[in-house]
Write a protein that binds this ligand. Structure first.
Ligand SMILES: [Fe+2]
Ligand SMILES: [Fe+2]
Length: 148
């Protein structure tokens, strides 16, 4: 599996968790569970993606631009997750922020899949795409299995 195929698997999961999360209400078990799952998925994916897609791209000029943009968005998503952790789950502002996070996640994944991955595909060698895919998956699994 190359790096892009591996990344897209987590993207599908992020989309479905974000969609389900914004359908929950109040401080329910469903909401708590889905928030934990989404938080863990976003964390494991972004750590492994930063290390095995974006850092290698930074050595190329176009890659550097893509990377700066993507890392800024990862940071914005982290901040929304933090804001959710600090807000009472039953308050209306929690779901408003969760919707903002969901929109940001969808926007970010679309931009990666339709723009950044296409550009990155031209920068990386085929053999590198396979190697990075393996490294990404190992790193992702490590954080998926850890408590975050
Ligand atoms: Fe990303
Ligand atoms: Fe991604």
């Amino acid at each position: 599996m190359n790096i892009f195929e591996a990344l897209r698997e987590s993207h599908e999961l992020q989309r479905s968790l974000a969609n389900s999360l914004i359908e929950t209400s109040g401080a329910s078990e469903d909401r708590k569970e889905l928030f934990d799952l989404l938080k863990n998925e976003l964390y494991a994916h972004s750590v492994a993606e930063d290390r095995y897609l974006y850092i290698p791209l930074m050595f190329n000029d176009v890659g550097l631009d893509i990377t700066r943009h993507a890392l800024a968005e990862h940071h914005e998503m982290d901040e929304l997750v933090e804001q959710l952790e600090e807000t009472d789950m039953s308050s209306p502002s929690w779901i408003a922020t969760a919707k903002q996070l969901s929109e940001k996640v969808h926007h970010h994944l679309k931009e990666e899949e339709h723009k950044f991955f296409q550009q990155a595909g031209k920068i990386l060698e085929e053999s590198e795409k396979e190697k990075l895919g393996k490294k990404y998956l190992a790193e992702y699994q490590k954080y998926k299995n850890a408590d975050t």
